[in-house]
Design a binder for this molecule. Structure first.
Ligand code: SOE
Length: 380
């Protein structure tokens, strides 16, 4: 088996999901390449060492430039906060490394454009970790849509609801809470949660033309973990927008971290002329499907347990009826990335796809500010 030598930057939540995927992929997927965990890079040497021991990385670096300079590494995996993605990715591309980058691709579209230009110039394989595409039920939704089963699409509806920032005592900034600091995160729920919804939506239903949005920051000041001072909160705590897709369908998107009782409720529903589909992250192995062409007296929503071997990815796991979960979506992403290397065809979402999502989130934030409909920039 050929080696795919990985250097990862970052050891947080995403560092763990990615590392788990690299470690498990060859146990379940028959591939020509095997990820080899060469090095983890983080500023805190002690924490990086502990992470390396837990996940089986062979070495530790504290300077990402050194990691990129190493000739025993083929692939740089960026699992560090959003404000680091662009600089690292551009340098890694220049060094000729393949790149996997955590979502969102960049702080904003203009930054993401530079990343796309860098990987295109270097002609290196690249991908963004929008993992929810690879929940088997979501992949199956894509298949049903592509088979034309829904007919013309009228509506797309998505929500991503959480409740973990309601307390005014929660500080902003620093290791675990950088998602509350716009300088590091780029934005609040728009870039963190709606970006997932937008990536899935454009994959399933094509590009988005125009948006009109509203955002709100409910807690205006929070103590900053790095300065110890009360500072203005500049992220959006909640964000909702209406959109028109290029195929003429209408959409509503909503996300918040203030929906008490919801931890990570990502839901989507698509209504077509013949059929509708719905999916819910809290019940991720089920796809709800309604087909108006069914015999009238039996017509109704079907709850499809997506665990059978003829359903996406499932033949690689257990036996029919036994479900898989969140972490497997990352394993699927690595499997598809490697399969893409073998086939000479880059698996999506590529940096270009990530840029398209950043253009939509930019438009959402611009619209919330201007209170006007905003046209979404198109990727060239
Ligand atoms: C935020 O809480 C978060 O961890 C996001 O950053 C992830 O992208 C999402 O999948 C789950 O929620």
């Amino acid at each position: 088996m050929k080696e795919l030598r990985v250097g990862i930057i970052g050891y947080g939540f995403m560092g763990r999901t990615h590392s788990n995927a690299f470690r498990r992929v060859n146990n379940f997927f028959d591939l020509e390449y095997q990820p080899v965990l060469k090095a983890v890079c983080a500023r805190d040497a002690g924490k990086a060492k502990r992470f390396a021991e837990t996940w089986g990385y062979q070495s530790v670096e504290t300077d990402w430039r050194k990691l990129i300079g190493r000739d025993d590494i083929d692939l740089i995996d960026i699992a560090s906060p959003n404000n680091t993605h662009a600089e690292i990715a551009i340098a890694a591309a220049k060094a000729g490394k393949m790149i996997l980058c955590e979502k969102p691709l960049a702080l904003n579209g203009p930054e993401a454009e530079k990343m796309v230009a860098a990987v295109q110039k270097a002609k290196i394989p690249n991908m963004v970790w929008y993992n929810y595409r690879r929940v088997p039920a979501v992949t199956m939704a894509k298949q049903l849509i592509d088979e034309g089963r829904l007919g013309r699409i009228f509506h797309y509806r998505a929500k991503f609801l959480q409740d973990w920032t309601i307390s005014a005592d929660l500080p902003q900034g620093g290791t675990a809470l950088w998602r509350l600091d716009a300088k590091v995160a780029g934005s609040g729920v728009t870039g963190d949660l709606l970006a997932h919804c937008i990536d899935t939506a454009m994959w399933l239903n094509g590009s988005i033309d125009t948006v009109t949005a509203m955002t709100e920051t409910f807690i205006k000041e929070r103590k900053h973990n790095l300065t110890g001072k009360m500072e203005k909160v500049t992220i959006d705590d909640a964000s909702a927008f209406l959109a028109r897709f290029s195929n003429g369908s209408l959409a509503t998107f909503e996300s918040t971290r203030y929906a008490r009782g919801h931890k990570a409720l990502y839901t989507l529903e698509i209504n077509g002329e013949h059929a509708s589909i719905a999916w819910d992250l809290h019940d991720l192995h089920r796809l709800q499907y309604f087909d108006h062409r069914d015999e009238g007296k039996l017509r109704g929503w079907r709850s499809i347990h997506v665990t059978d071997s003829d359903q996406p990815y499932m033949k690689n796991w257990w036996v029919p009826g036994l479900q898989i979960g969140y972490e497997h979506t990352f394993v699927h992403q690595v499997a598809d990335f490697i399969q893409g290397l073998q086939d000479g065809q880059m698996a999506s979402p590529t940096f270009k796809d990530g840029l398209a999502t950043d253009y939509v989130t930019d438009a959402v934030l611009a619209s919330a500010k201007s209170k006007q409909w905003v046209k979404v920039k198109k990727v060239k």
